[in-house]
Design a protein around this ligand. Structure first.
Ligand code: XUL
Ligand code: CO
Length: 440
């Protein structure tokens, strides 16, 4: 029986379509920069927000109305798999992502939890045989259960470190079984509540040890998915160790892990860290560490992780600019780590939400590709830094300058000439590109 009986396959109908269940801008087959939109954007549905989420918040119970609500336990898990693959097919989405606890209920023991996982993973594998939807990444939830009250790999309790390791071990086995392209580590409670009771050095060292063990185990079983760290500054901890890309990258380098990891960058985590989405993408890109993206957006008036579906075209354009400049996302993709608002509680809203997200990134891709093709930013930036292409600037970048030489140069200066940064002009130009992209 269908879970979404009123919805047909969502197809591209173009910018003027009045059909709410159609893409206006995402045209999977349309080629942009030599690749189809589908190949470039690599969209994924986040299992937890779309099939497990009940839309509760700290002040109220869940409001979501879902056809699978009538089931419980393993039956519920099975009903969700059925619904998920119907949803993937109707949306035409190439990937999905999940945590262990999203797909199967935890048992009373680790052994029982693993058995539940085996049952559901076998079912998912079966469904995947007849589906074009593949696994972008999986991960494990090492933060919800009370055993993780003091963290997982950064817990003060060695038993918890072991438990967390056992869960990741199983996660890697599942990733291999289902052909995951990546494996994600989001440090849910890998941080601290207060320094007053925290051995920061031991916690960081243990995190480093944990990641090395994960790398070793992946190698041992022949799991070749890309490892990704997903930075977030806080929430639920007051300080999370992989605060942002810059601190995560320093951590990886310090512990000799940088060869084995890239970053999964979430827009709302970037803004929580006091950065823009594009800042985090840029920082990762210029260091060769941009792996994948959790595509969502925060609410500008709220200071927490609201996980909204992306609809801000300016933001998707600047994000796609970074992704294009990165040569795409490789094995990564754009995972909608986003939930419908509590008031959008019907199954249909799940489609509307993904449609706006996919359309918004399609617009971003198209506009960003035109900005790249026309070298709108490149030409300006090249000119802005041209002082480093000759004279003393060239000496600096080619390593021929020292403080003696620079002092000599500075003493001889009569004037320092600047040119305008032209921020407003550049923004006006981007607006022009945004409005022009679908004009013809
Ligand atoms: C939490 C978050 C996670 C990760 C996966 O803020 O983003 O859902 O994406 O654990
Ligand atoms: Co995320």
């Amino acid at each position: 029986m269908s879970n979404f009986p009123t919805i047909h396959n969502i197809t591209y109908e173009g910018p003027t379509s009045k059909n709410p269940y159609a893409f206006k801008f995402y045209n999977p087959e349309e080629k942009i920069g030599g690749r189809t939109m589908e190949e470039y954007l690599r969209f994924a549905v986040a299992y937890w927000h779309t099939f497990t989420e009940d839309l509760s918040d700290p002040f109220g119970v869940g409001t979501a109305s879902r056809p699978w609500d009538k089931f419980s336990g393993l039956d519920l898990a099975k009903a969700r798999v059925e619904a998920a693959f119907e949803f993937f097919e109707k949306l035409g989405v190439p990937y999905f992502c999940f945590h262990d606890v999203d797909i199967a209920p935890e048992g009373d023991t680790l052994r029982e939890s693993n058995q539940n996982l085996d049952t559901i993973v076998a079912m998912i594998k079966d469904y995947m045989k007849d589906s074009k939807t593949k696994l972008l990444w999986n991960t494990v939830n090492n933060f919800t259960h009370p055993r993780f009250v003091h963290g997982a790999a950064s817990s003060n309790n060695a038993d918890v470190f072991a438990y967390a390791a056992a869960k990741v071990k199983k996660g890697l086995e599942i990733g291999k079984e289902l052909g995951a392209e990546n494996y994600v580590f989001w440090g849910g409670r890998e941080g601290y509540e207060t320094l007053l009771n925290t051995d920061m050095k031991l916690e960081l060292d243990n995190l480093g040890r944990f990641f090395h063990m994960a790398v070793d185990y992946a190698k041992e079983i022949g799991f070749d998915g890309q490892f990704l760290i997903e930075p977030k500054p806080k929430e639920p901890t007051s300080h999370q160790y992989d605060f942002d890309v810059a601190s995560g990258y320093a951590f990886l380098q310090h512990y000799g892990l940088q060869e084995h990891f890239k970053f999964n960058i979430e827009a709302n985590h970037a803004t929580l860290a006091g950065h823009t989405f594009e800042h985090e993408l840029r920082y990762a890109r210029v260091n060769g560490m941009l792996g994948s993206v959790d595509a969502n957006q925060g609410h500008p008036l709220l200071g927490w992780d609201t996980d909204e579906f992306p609809s801000d075209l300016y933001s998707t354009t600047l994000a796609m600019y970074e992704i294009i400049k990165n040569g795409g996302l490789g094995r990564g993709g754009l995972n909608f780590d986003a939930k419908v608002r509590r008031g959008s509680f019907t199954p249909e809203d799940l489609f509307h939400a993904h449609i706006v997200g996919m359309d918004s990134f399609a617009v971003g891709l198209k506009v960003a590709q035109q900005l790249v093709d026309d070298k709108v930013l490149d030409d300006f930036i090249e000119e802005r830094y041209s002082s480093f292409t000759e004279g003393i600037g060239l000496d600096i970048v080619e390593g021929r300058a020292d403080f003696h030489k620079l002092e000599e140069h500075a003493l001889a200066l009569t004037d320092i000439n600047h040119t305008s940064g032209r921020t407003e002009f550049i923004k006006a130009t981007i607006n022009q590109y945004l409005l022009r992209a679908f004009a013809d």
